[in-house]
Design a binder for this molecule. Structure first.
Ligand code: HEC
Length: 120
């Protein structure tokens, strides 16, 4: 009887230790949804973005290893809050930048930022 109980416990645990798909993101936001938003908003037309199919653009800088980047747009410290601001309205930060305002809400930008911070 004791053996049966142990076996049930082991079986009950199976499958609950799966690897999370991404590193823990400190800013909230949903990286999977962020990846979807990146595809839907065609960020990949201008940027090369790892793990996003078809994102091979060369107009803007590649977003490879973005989590390790020191600056956004070469001038803004790469913090989650600044990244969200940049994604919502890049021209508010750098008025002459070629990156357009794409109409993402702050909540959407948070999801996109959560995804970009998985790139390291
Ligand atoms: C029309 C082209 C274009 C599109 C579309 C575009 N970007 Fe950009 N992006 C740029 C350019 C150009 C820069 C460089 C800005 C600068 O330094 O002035 C840039 C810069 C950035 C940066 C800062 C990168 C760094 O290393 O400094 C991030 C992050 C970024 N874009 C994310 C996005 C996301 C997310 C989307 C989609 C929601 C997007 N971009 C859509 C052209 C674009």
């Amino acid at each position: 009887m004791r053996f049966v109980v142990a076996a049930l416990l082991v079986c009950g645990c199976r499958g609950s230790f799966g690897e999370p798909p991404y590193a823990v993101v400190p800013i909230g936001g949903d990286p999977d949804r962020g990846a979807e938003l990146i595809r839907a908003n065609r960020c990949g037309a201008c940027h090369t973005i790892p793990n996003v199919r078809g994102a091979h653009g060369v107009v803007g800088p590649p977003l490879t290893q973005f989590a390790l980047r020191t600056f956004i747009g070469g001038e803004l410290p790469n913090t989650p809050q600044n990244l969200i601001r940049w994604i919502v309205d890049p021209r508010q930060i750098e008025h002459a930048t070629a990156m357009p305002k794409l109409g993402l809400t702050e909540a959407e930008a948070r999801d996109v930022a959560a995804f970009l911070y998985t790139l390291r």
